[in-house]
Design a protein. Sequence first.
Length: 460
Amino acid sequence: MSAEQSGALVFFGATGDLAYKQIFPALAGLIRDEKINIPIVGVARPPWTHEKLCERAHDSLKTHGSFDDATFAELSRLLKYVGGDYSDPDTFQRLKQALGSAQRPLHYLAIPPSLFAVVVGALAKAGLNVNARLVVEKPFGHDRASAAALNVALHEYFPEGAIFRIDHYLGKEPVQNIVYTRFANAAYEPIWNRTYVKSIQITMAEAFGVEDRGSFYDATGALRDVVQNHMLQVVANLMMDPPTGEEHDAWQDQKAALLKAVLPLDPANVVRGQYDGYRAVPGVHQGSDVETFVALKLYVDSWRWAGTPVYIRAGKKLRVTAAEALVEFNPTPRATFGEKRPLSGYMRMRIGPDVAVAMGLRVKRPGETMGGEDVEMLLCGRAASLMPPYQRLLGDALRGDRELFGREDVVDAQWRIVQPILDSPPECQTYAAGAWGPEEAAALIGPNDSWRDPKPSGTA
């Protein structure tokens, strides 16, 4: 084991939904692919036994993971369980005994944010914060003020360098592919700026609704659930300057610089929507004004990007399930061949559920006339990565690699951007299931542009 590797992993909320759907498959992947061989301690309130935890892991891998007997046997050997109340000091003394002599434990809080401070304080009282690391799930706060208060609570017992704020979107292969494609190809750098880029669009569409998450979603909404974190991270990957040096903080420094330059959202540039039938979902309050769709226009006040609009939309019950970013370039200064002003060229980066990089071009139509047509050239297309985001992120956290995690100033910058809309949200408009949100979203993008709608999976 290297000096930086954590000697144990503790995950609170071991009996919960997140552990069942994501954590057990991620742990199995780390055992299978990276041969981790450290104690894995699940902690939760129910008085489960080791055998019951292993049964839960077995069901999880059968349903949400890739099951094989050898990996499951190794996971069962490494697993331990500590049951008890998070406010009971005895729970953490038994956790300390379960960890034994393990050094630099990684504590993963897969629990509601309201319990973060309770668990962190109890870890400190038991001495389990010494030379340890802490992973916290999103949402990190409910607004800018609560995020700042949570940082104060965590920093009382853990230094910033030991805190890993997880956003599973950053662990996705196609999200990483954005920065790789940009910085591994010199041809894009000269045109990746306000002089040549007309606008940027980012769409995260889901054809399904809130389903059984009514209570959670009605306290969150689309802006908090995916825009403040996922979509703004995609903005940073698309628009940040290249990092200097190879330290992990070099990437974070450039993301922070970009996000700090984003102007706070103007309510006049935001459209909120709610799909028909949302209020009938169990757990949703009668008369709820929570948005299931949001579209917005923002600007980055930097030398490179001043004046270039960035359009973002995200929502549920839309026409397809797909996420992609599209960088649209300025058109030619004049129509050389006497045609009407052609569509602009673009680069399209598909984020999910499949992966693609494509270029939109204008080419000559066969025949005697010097007329053209718009075509798309697929540069790269493939199925999504087999490595789940949580596997990549947990592996990085165990190694102490913070590159794909949220830093305090980055998270604060993201909340600063959306805070005006949280304070004064525009009226929520209704839209029909299967539409692209309310009609007002189409008007947001302006008379000289239009949304580029993602195609269904398999046609990227």
